[in-house]
Ligand binder design. Structure first.
Ligand code: AVJ
Ligand code: FE
Length: 434
């Protein structure tokens, strides 16, 4: 790379790593050792596991793979390999304690900054454009979102605070938007820090379809509940019906009813469910059932990305709905600036050319699609990031939530989870054929 772009790349990598560590500290510094080592839900690791796992992934990829160094602590590596121990078992492992985990992660980071100053950012696919550093910053931010989910599951007095969303609000002119049929480019071969499952760029065709202008709101979802949606098997996929029966589910996770009113628990605070906010903490099965009840369906992953990236005026796919510029606070609710989604109708500056809103940020959006590789997919740099999860058991989520950092959010970014999961920051929007 040219010298000036090379130094910009190094600065960008350093800034992304530092931003992630500041967020990690914010999620763990004010937490007692007892809380850090406790398991707040069998679905999650203790926070202290995430802390050391973040450091260990950084050591593995940057110090061992990129720089060719020996392992700093070979005896701890099996403990932090996500594939050796399921989350529910992790509290029983001889994990590093909070102080040790912090010290280890900080020591790795010090060595990584030395490396970032000296290593060439070209000459191998791991180093080109600083990819390995960007990948590790994204990895830490993804675990920060995971830790935020653990905070949401945790019982007890609130530990986190953030200002309320206060961005521009402008009710959209129509409830749905018509996306024209025809080809568009899906995925990317250009985005330097894109992960393996977003690659390569390829052309896909869609029929014309209608898509909701904004994510489905609590008010709309409450109408489904009030109409007996959770008691009518007609709306539910068989496995979803089984799940809601078995676990007596009758509303999104963290909701309960008191004196005829729906309340929710949000990071330790109980409050009335706000009508205008996108619904949060629903499973794929709940999203799918709502859509069927509404006479609609979930968008496919291809439709979602076309709505988010296709510019009908140029025929080009942009990085984000608003164009190619990196997200700012005017575009989207990202980066845990707030501890909740913004009202549906916020962020008019983040609209797509056709006027679809809030595709990026606020809530992860379930799509109808299974998590599958794109044609020409190549696992990089490890099979366990994406490849081992491909198949019909995982559904794709798109767009990122309020808990996703911009470094790990793009129009091409793909997330996935089991269709029963609802502790994640998941919502949805619906679509229909013309
Ligand atoms: C992409 C969010 C499904 O948390 O399981 C973190 C990200 N991969 N460490 C996950 C990830 C390895 C992954 N998701
Ligand atoms: Fe990880």
């Amino acid at each position: 790379a040219a010298p000036d772009s090379d130094s910009r790349l190094r600065e960008r990598a350093a800034a992304a790593l530092t931003a992630a560590r500041i967020r990690t500290a914010g999620l763990t510094d004010a937490v007692t050792d007892e809380d850090l080592t406790a398991q707040h839900s069998p679905l999650m690791s203790p926070l202290v596991w995430d802390l050391a796992h973040i450091g260990n992934q950084e050591e593995l990829w940057l110090l061992q793979r990129v720089a060719g160094r020996e392992s700093m602590r070979p005896e701890i590596e099996p403990l932090y390999d996500a594939f050796q121990h399921p989350r529910a078992e992790r509290p029983k492992l001889p994990l590093l304690g909070p102080a040790e985990a912090r010290r280890y992660a900080a020591e790795v980071r010090g060595r990584v900054f030395d490396l970032l100053e000296r290593t060439p950012l070209e000459g191998s696919t791991l180093l080109d454009d600083g990819f390995a550093f960007g990948m590790i910053a994204q990895h830490e931010q993804q675990h920060d979102e995971t830790m935020l989910i653990t905070h949401q599951l945790r019982r007890g007095a609130p530990l986190l605070t953030a200002p309320e969303p206060d961005g521009p609000f402008d009710p959209p002119p129509a409830v749905e938007v018509l996306v024209p049929g025809g080809p568009f480019t899906m995925g990317t071969s250009a985005e330097p820090w894109s992960l393996d499952n977003e690659r390569p760029a390829h052309v896909r065709d869609t029929a014309p379809f209608w898509i909701d202008t904004v994510p489905v709101t609590n008010a709309a979802y409450l109408a489904f509940i009030a109409d007996g949606g959770y008691r009518d098997p007609r709306w539910w996929a068989a496995a979803g019906w089984e799940q809601i029966r078995e676990h007596s589910i009758e509303a999104p996770l963290f909701w309960h009813r008191e004196a005829g009113q729906w309340l929710r628990r949000r990071f330790g605070v109980v409050e009335p469910v706000p009508d205008e906010e996108p619904v949060l903490h629903v499973s794929w099965y709940e999203a799918d059932a709502y859509a069927r009840w509404a006479g609609r369906r979930l968008p496919t992953e291809t439709e979602w990305e076309k709505a988010a990236r296709h510019d009908p005026a140029t025929g080009r796919s942009t990085r984000y709905p608003w164009g190619d510029a990196d997200p700012t606070p005017a575009h989207a609710n990202l980066g845990q600036r707030h501890l909740r989604p913004a009202r549906a109708g916020s962020y008019p500056a983040g609209a797509s050319p056709l006027g679809v809103r809030q595709l990026i940020g606020d809530v992860w959006e379930w799509t109808a699609s299974d998590f599958l590789p794109y044609p020409g997919f190549r696992a990089f740099p490890y099979r366990e990031y994406s490849e081992v999860f491909f198949g019909p058991e995982h559904k794709v989520l798109r767009g990122g939530s309020f808990a996703v950092d911009p470094v790990a959010c793009r129009g091409t970014f793909r997330n996935w989870d089991l269709p029963v999961r609802r502790q994640i920051f998941s919502g949805f929007r619906t679509a229909r054929d013309i």
